[in-house]
Design a protein around this ligand. Sequence first.
Ligand SMILES: Cc1cc2nc3c(=O)[nH]c(=O)nc-3n(C[C@H](O)[C@H](O)[C@H](O)COP(=O)(O)OP(=O)(O)OC[C@H]3O[C@@H](n4cnc5c(N)ncnc54)[C@H](O)[C@@H]3O)c2cc1C
Length: 231
Amino acid sequence: MAEILQNKGSHRILAVMTGIEGETPLELIETAGRTAYQSRDKITDDSAVKFTEMIRKRGHESVIEHSAMIVEFNDVSRGFTHELVRHRLVAYTQESTRYVDESNFKVVIPPDKNPDEKLVTLSLTNGNLIEVSFGDWMNLNEQMYRGLRKAGWVAQDARQVLPIATKSQIVATANFREWRHIFRLRCALNAHWEIRRVMVNLLRDVKKRVPVIFDDFEIDDETISAKIKTS
Ligand SMILES: Cc1cc2nc3c(=O)[nH]c(=O)nc-3n(C[C@H](O)[C@H](O)[C@H](O)COP(=O)(O)OP(=O)(O)OC[C@H]3O[C@@H](n4cnc5c(N)ncnc54)[C@H](O)[C@@H]3O)c2cc1C
């Protein structure tokens, strides 16, 4: 039986770029940024926060590119990953359906849908009608995939019957400017529910781990969305 994943999409931050001497992301950004003004002599123990805040508020976003983050996304669908990889300034590595056998595949269903509800009537070639649910359809898919594999089809051929709901894993590396761009687009209310929920949770996490850079994003827990505060 195909395993159904509902509200399971998650992230794991693998790394946040820090300096070789243990500098925090903000300290890296300050060191790089002060090159412009030749003002590294102004660096103090607590100047990085103010400097980065100033840079962000003035919209000098290229300076924020001097630190980066690697994130792994788990239990997300191929639909999610297809949307994510449209962001071009990111390095990706994704679970391959060419090489990985999907005989025990998992699928992502929308958060408000019942996988067992018989919603659709299918007519069989013998004229009989059967009621099927989302879960039934995924099980048929799984049986088809397994059957093709058994018949000698390699994974990269049998994958043609996999649905867009198929669970995937992807690792994404980008600088903070690009992550801000991704959050702006993918946490917005009009973004797809799956990527929006996962990105809002990631944003919540990075707001705690990396000060200042994402402070201007405001999360709305009720709608599970986020946007930049306008003040
Ligand atoms: C709600 C929503 C609905 C969408 N619907 C559709 C849809 O129906 N069909 C569809 O095809 N796509 C759709 N997309 C994807 C969308 O069109 C973009 O491909 C995706 O959001 C990546 O955005 P981007 O190009 O700004 O970002 P990135 O690729 O992350 O680039 C970041 C920024 O870098 C700059 N940049 C990057 N590459 C270049 C370049 N080659 N030349 C100049 N500047 C560059 C741009 O300023 C860009 O904004 C949708 C996206 C969202 C958020």
